[in-house]
Design a protein around this ligand. Sequence first.
Ligand code: GLU
Length: 393
Amino acid sequence: MTIRLASRMQRIKPSPTLAVTARAAKLKAEGKDIIGLGAGEPDFDTPAHIAEAGIAAIRAGMTRYTNVDGTPELKDAIIAKFQRDNGLKYERNQILVSAGAKHTIFNLMQALLDDGDEVVIPAPFWVSYPDMALLAGGVPVIVSAGPEQGYKITPAQLEAAITPRTKLFILNSPSNPTGAAYTRAELAALAEVLLRHPHVVIGTDDMYEHIWWGPEPFCSLVTACPALYDRTVTINGVSKSYAMTGWRIGYCGGPAEIIKAMATIQGQSTSNPTSISQRAATVALNSDQSCVHEMNRHFKARHDWLVAALNSLPGVSCLPGFGTFYAFANVKGAMEKLGCADDNAFAEKLITDALVAVVPGSGFGAPDHMRLSFACSMETLEKAVERMRAILS
Ligand code: GLU
């Protein structure tokens, strides 16, 4: 029998970040000494007090369904977090907890997009935004920003991208993959454009808020422009800040009507996020935050070292970021030197000849680049750079 998959499968591809991570894991299992710089996940363990909260939750029998949209105690912890960190006020009916921020964004696209609706996505973008838009019948409208503009789009570019069909604008700052972040003034300038187009909903992916070393404090879009509150969904999660990737808890705050629609989608697909993880996330958000600062200190040291090291490689240039645990390097010169036709071929050469796994820039809408995750030890980074230097010199 020939199996005919749904036509939507023609529109999307496997996640490149997950594909590289799986490939590196497979080669490692085969005994190869692979250095995996693909996975965007902290190398730290979940802080002990948070992990203990999860264990205690199991023992206390918190193992049943919860409210589809999240437990009241976690929603309250999220409300307190938004108030504390971002100066944003939400009620419980404006909060949705999902199985990771990826799931939050998926729900948002499903709840919002009709066939042909346009989603404005600045590039470089996180690999899954365009595919999620396509899955929901939307049309990704990519707005490219290269290194010459610090990988950040201008207000004029945003203005030019918005049409009567634009339904959603996705903003991710600091950015996966570049680490670039918009200043408060830059956010206000983008907001000015958005204020002229009241039909556009905004999704701000603030996942890397706490992995931050910018010259001014992190600022979310609605913090910079409260007038956008009524049509912005502010997205965050515990995966990166608290080294809780496997626990799968993401959340958002936004207009009650959109949140309700997203919860309906969730109620017809996954139901509630894991009860045990919700308890652990509550403790993560409510307890002392020094573990977050401690991990951030390490990420910053690795960032500074890696960016300098990458810039010392022939044919490689890399701008410093304001946060995240990614370095996004232009490798055009290096590609040419090795006779690689594109960044995919270059990444292939790195994994084959240098045993270093990176994610090719094309997946992020930025050919001629590679993304390296520095969520690994300094020793691992040193070894990776040494290997890259050997094949590039
Ligand atoms: N967000 C992480 C990354 O970019 C995890 C993998 C994924 O879901 O894309 O590597």
